[in-house]
Design a protein around this ligand. Structure first.
Ligand code: APR
Length: 278
């Protein structure tokens, strides 16, 4: 039993056991699930960490409650708070972390079946994970359109407005423009529903940097088959991870966790080289 794992968990797999499984070629269809915790070391705050999380710091936007910043009915009345946040979060200012490069390494080794991300920062994409391997379950800043007439809105126009802290308006109907980020109250992208059963075809599930508090994303790790190993690399235990005998908990900073896992698999040099080039 891995001493670093709290006694109450059932999981009996250790990091070494997991590395043996991977080196024996038993993990060739890996599904990865990520959340905001993998981008905090890039400088992007997560949502729910006390003190540093976005929801603890949005008070200055005088919201009725923190998650209103991503609430579609609130946005229609008051788009300013979201655009103030977009000014801070807009892609292009941040460098992917070594955790993002770890996911790209899995792809380069032909082992990545699919990455499900909740993040809207596009850092997995910037780390070189190809588009057809990514499901952006909560959308992203990659595209934007008018919420009234649905007309697509040019990227360089929204980039200019966000940089100037202005509210972009549709060129056709003057309606509000919104990046295709999934707000509370909106449907997840079709790609999520088309791929949500893929974990059942996987032979390894790796969950990175998420509190697993938002459904239906949070149910993805439960869609794996009985004996598929599930690895949680996160500051604290989340979801039901650790309750399965084939679960592995690497609790702590995710950049350290992926380096430990890469080292156990003999991939640390490849990983550090890949990240150095990102
Ligand atoms: N290393 C490991 N874990 C970390 C790190 C780190 N450097 N930084 C933060 N974490 C952990 C936190 O402890 C927490 O468990 O990552 C998790 C982040 O959880 P959240 O802030 O809730 O982010 P996330 O799970 O992505 O939120 C899900 O909520 O508001 C919605 O749509 C939004 O996609 C978001 C969803």
């Amino acid at each position: 039993i891995d001493e670093s794992v709290p006694p109450q968990t059932l999981s009996s797999r250790t990091l070494e056991g997991l590395a043996e499984y991977i080196k024996a070629g038993k993990a060739s269809k890996i599904v990865v699930m990520t959340g905001a915790g993998i981008s905090t070391s890039a400088g992007i705050p997560d949502f729910r960490s006390p003190e540093t999380g976005l929801y603890a710091n949005l008070a200055r936007l005088n919201l009725p409650y923190a998650e209103a910043v991503f609430d579609i009915s609130f946005f229609k009345q008051k788009p300013e708070p979201f655009y103030a946040l977009a000014h801070e979060l807009y892609p292009g200012k941040y460098r992917p972390t070594i955790t993002h490069s770890f996911i790209r390494l899995l792809h380069d080794k032909g082992l990545l079946l699919k990455l499900f991300t909740q993040n809207i920062d596009c850092l997995e994409r910037e780390a070189g994970v190809p588009d057809d391997k990514i499901v952006e379950a909560h959308g992203s800043f990659a595209r934007q359109s008018c919420i009234e007439c649905k007309h697509p809105y040019p990227e360089d126009d929204i980039r200019r407005h966000i940089a100037a802290k202005e509210i972009p308006r549709c060129h056709e109907c003057k309606g509000l423009v919104k990046p295709e980020i999934v707000f509370f109250g909106e449907q997840l992208p079709q790609a999520f529903f088309e791929n949500r059963m893929l974990p059942a075809q996987s032979d390894l599930c790796i969950v990175l940097g998420t509190s697993l508090t938002v459904q239906p994303f949070a149910s993805l790790p439960d869609a794996t088959r009985g004996h598929t190993p599930r690895v949680l690399i996160n500051k604290e235990r989340v979801g039901g991870l650790g309750n399965g005998t084939d679960d592995v908990l690497l609790l702590g900073d995710c950049d350290d966790g992926v380096k430990k896992l890469a080292e156990a698999c003999g991939w640390l040099e490849d990983l550090e080289k890949l990240w150095a080039e990102t």
